[in-house]
Design a protein around this ligand. Sequence first.
Ligand SMILES: Cc1cc2nc3c(=O)[nH]c(=O)nc-3n(C[C@H](O)[C@H](O)[C@H](O)COP(=O)(O)O)c2cc1C
Length: 362
Amino acid sequence: MWNRTRATELLKIKYPIIQGPFGGKFSSSQLVAKVSNLGGMGSFGLHAYTPEEIVEVDKEIKRLTSMPYVLNLWVPLKDDPIDTYKNESFDELKKVFAPYFEQMQVSLPEKPHPETQNFEQQMEAVLTSGPPVASFIFGLPSREIILELKKRQIIVMATATTLEEAMMIEEAGIDIVIASGSEAGGHRASFMKSAEESLTPTRLLIHQVVDNLNIPVIAAGGISNGSDLADILKSGAAGAQIGTAFLATNESNASEIHKSKLLSSSPVKTDLTRVFTGRLARAISSNFSRSFKDSDKEYIAPYPIQSRFLSSLRKASIEQNNSDFVAYWSGQPSSILKHKSTESLFHSLIEDVSKIHKTKSW
Ligand SMILES: Cc1cc2nc3c(=O)[nH]c(=O)nc-3n(C[C@H](O)[C@H](O)[C@H](O)COP(=O)(O)O)c2cc1C
């Protein structure tokens, strides 16, 4: 059967379909549980959560499903540019963005304090919760953490955007690599070279990683229908991690306007930009994102200062019904997204792959 892969064996799931985690509080326990109960595997993005909240989220997921699920964390970057960000650079940033604040009649903010969650404490909460699977983005946890996870029989997954990152993940003893191609929605998770230097389309990245690694490879980026899923399985991937198509469904925590944009009747157009948060990420194209080119990236503040700096502009944008300054995160799907219901999305993926599997083209 097409649905049995090395990943489904290891993860003890029926179908090789993972609902990708969403940081920024777009994940929901309902979505995670629904996908896991359907025989795939749901993931919860915990980046913005305190250790206490993590324990509560885990309890809620366990109340809603007895099937495998994933808790996901962001690994702190080495040489994070936030550590060396200067006041003069912030003055420069204010000059560049002043016209947009004027346009929306919002006063320019003072330099925000970048408060982020403490990764070690978040990790403690994940270890205490003991999910069946833990996944990481933006790098690898320490050797000690990987050993602690394994001691508790927690399967470990990590995201790579290049072959070199995937090799490092395998060498670190991680069980499964998620190969995230440049079509993927949300932040680019690169941790060896810059995100701009690590943009390989999903299908090409899958070939490179499958050919060179022994651990199972999950494909992520632009996978939105059964035909995409069949293609990546035929290329040797052991499954797909799908984000945007699940973000558009009823159970996700995205806003209604965000979902309606994702489910638009014309193909979604997206841009990769640093302008919204300071890290390269894919969102629905807007006048604002289009007006900042790659060459402008030196003006943009590091994550999360850039995002905090823009928060009043974002709020005004929503209030004034001008969605330009809001990041509507989206991957670049290969087809128009149609499914509001998680069940119908999941069933259509399975039915379409099953049909393709019966043909000679498999
Ligand atoms: C809004 C949004 C937030 C995301 N946050 C995370 C995250 O916190 N951790 C993570 O590992 N992946 C994150 N991702 C990546 C997804 O889990 C998934 O790999 C990606 O969306 C797959 O590409 P697709 O959107 O083209 O389907 C995010 C994606 C989106 C769209």
